[in-house]
Design a protein around this ligand. Structure first.
Ligand code: XMP
Length: 531
């Protein structure tokens, strides 16, 4: 296994991710762990992360001495390189200008780390790497025993190596995707140089996560807010695997879910996994409070507040305990790593408060509960993989995202039960056909080829004709987008045949809707949701 020592960089998790992608087990620990800890960990190799600090500012930001005494390969990244230089007898200087962004690095000498890894070669035959830099300080004198491995015009020592000891260091960030060969370089380090075996699979991660949850929870009890979304579902399945009956899921049905969603969630968790799930049918409460409200922000606030109220009331009951249950002391959340970064909490262990109201930020304190977040080190695709590994069906785990306020933001203006019922049926048809239609070239379904697709209810009526009669019914809009980060998005060029099928089915099967439109707006300037 690989030990990653974290000096406080925002991207330390990415190092772990790259190592995991090479199927090697790794753990991240703070840079100030004890020598005894490092020895006991018995790593195959150690990676020192970057940091916000400079070697001058932070005299205490050092790798434990054991790192250098163990005799295993060490890779220093950015600050990790600087501390390696400073600790082993080289010199580091504060840079007058901060170097940030794309750079081209020239490889020097023939090191095992970079041998054969390059993006292009110069006319003179030097191997060149396209990399991502972010640093102010730099190494100005190589420590004894080291040779130059890489350089840029503004950073003459951008990489160094002492191959006899297996020490390598780079000033750039191989863990970010902007460094084109970064993955190859980290793989080279952990597999070839450190000789780690690529035998780590998601199953092992499940076992490790289960062990950690058991250790953290002991014989106490846990409450989890289950929304049916990917993150809370995977968290629930994982925690249930770890502690079974000690977990109680609270599923608040606000009446703004997709068709049959509530039953599906219950069937999956209570039925198949035999988890303890309390379903709270709060649709009347939500629809009642939403009556007469048409402003999008006001609607969001009402839904968010009610959700917290309902959840809190259930959690308080569970905290008190009853019927053989002694009372919960933990609140579990499906916080994942991007949430942690977004909230700026990468180093602090604070709860996240992202856009979703399901992410009940602040609730643990109010309820006097401890926080359990078993997914906080994982990226979305890893969460999905883990979900499948703990037995959730792939269709559930690979679903498009669904916003916390649900259909509340997909019914424009005032929300009514009648509208929600029509929208649910129309949307189910759209999603079903997206799953049915396959793109010939890739063989993938259009559901998999789009990042998010849904139907929007427009509370306006238009005239139509059906059989011999005139109709005067509602309009829906279909929305399908392709995006990698949901910050920007393109509308999907769905095949006409698919649009035709969906429109025909909705108008024929959903009495009350007589017109279907397709949204051809990109984000920006439009957003993905209509409200
Ligand atoms: P927009 O509409 O801002 O949406 O382009 C970007 C992504 O965020 C989702 N979204 C939400 N998710 N609670 C959520 O959990 C919300 O209030 C919310 N609003 C938007 C949206 O579905 C899309 O994936």
């Amino acid at each position: 296994k690989i030990l990653i020592l974290d000096f406080g960089s925002q991207v330390t998790q990415l190092i772990a991710r790259r190592v995991r992608e090479a199927h090697v087990y790794c753990e991240i620990h703070p840079n100030d762990v004890s020598d005894a800890f490092v020895r006991e960990f018995a790593p195959k190799a150690i990676i020192l992360s970057g940091s916000h600090a400079s070697t001058y500012e932070a005299e205490d930001l050092r790798a434990p001495q054991a790192v250098w005494d163990l005799g295993v390969p060490v890779l220093g990244i950015c600050y990790g390189m600087q501390t390696m230089a400073a600790q082993l007898g080289g010199a580091v200087e504060g840079g007058k200008t901060r170097e940030f962004g794309y750079a081209e690095v020239r490889a020097h000498g023939h090191t095992r780390l970079l041998e054969g890894i390059q993006d292009f070669a110069t006319a003179e035959g030097h191997g060149m790497l396209k990399v991502w830099m972010s640093h102010g300080d730099k190494v100005t004198t190589l420590p004894p025993g080291f040779k130059l491995m890489a350089s840029t015009p503004s950073c003459p020592i951008a990489g160094m190596a002492d191959e006899a000891r297996g020490y390598y260091a780079v000033q750039f960030h191989p863990e970010v995707t902007h460094t084109v060969q970064g993955r190859a370089l980290l793989e080279r380090f952990v597999l070839q140089i450190a000789g780690a075996r690529p035998d780590w699979v998601m199953r092992d991660h499940v076992e490790a996560a289960v062990a950690r949850i058991r250790e953290q929870v002991g014989d106490e009890e846990v409450i989890l807010g289950l929304s049916g979304g990917v993150d809370s579902s995977v968290a629930a399945a994982l925690i249930h695997r770890a502690i079974g009956e000690q977990l109680t899921c609270v599923f608040v049905d606000h009446g703004l879910l997709r068709l049959n969603e509530g039953d599906m969630v219950m069937d999956m968790f209570a039925g198949k996994l035999h988890a303890r799930v309390i379903r709270v049918d709060a649709s009347e409460l939500f629809l009642g409070e939403l009556a007469g409200v048409s402003d999008p922000e006001a609607k969001r606030k009402i839904i968010g507040r009610l959700f917290v109220d309902v959840f809190k009331a259930e959690a308080a009951k569970l905290k008190a305990g009853s019927g053989g249950h002694k009372g919960a002391s933990f609140l579990a959340q499906g916080t994942i790593y991007p949430d942690v970064i977004e909230s700026g909490g990468a180093k602090t262990k604070k709860a996240t408060t992202i856009k979703s109201h399901h992410n009940v930020g602040g609730l643990p304190e109010q309820l006097g509960l401890k926080l359990l977040e078993p997914l906080r080190d994982l990226f979305k695709d890893e969460v999905r993989e883990l979900g499948v590994a703990v037995g959730l069906p792939p269709e559930m785990v690979y679903r498009h995202p669904f916003p916390g306020p649900g259909l509340g933001v997909r019914i424009l203006g005032e929300v009514k039960k009648e509208y929600a019922d029509l929208l649910r049926r129309a949307d189910a048809i759209f999603i079903e056909e997206l799953r049915n239609f396959r793109d010939e070239a890739s063989g993938k379904s259009w559901y998999d080829l789009t990042s998010q697709a849904f139907t929007v209810f427009l509370p306006v009526k238009s005239v139509g004709v059906m059989g011999d009669g005139r109709t005067y019914d509602y309009v829906v809009a279909l929305r399908a987008v392709q995006t990698s980060d949901f910050m920007t998005a393109d509308w999907a060029e769905l095949p006409y045949a698919l649009l035709k099928k969906v429109s025909g089915r909705i108008i024929n099967e959903v009495r009350g809707i007589n017109r279907v439109t397709y949204d051809v707006s990109s984000k920006p300037p439009a957003t993905i949701e209509w409200e």
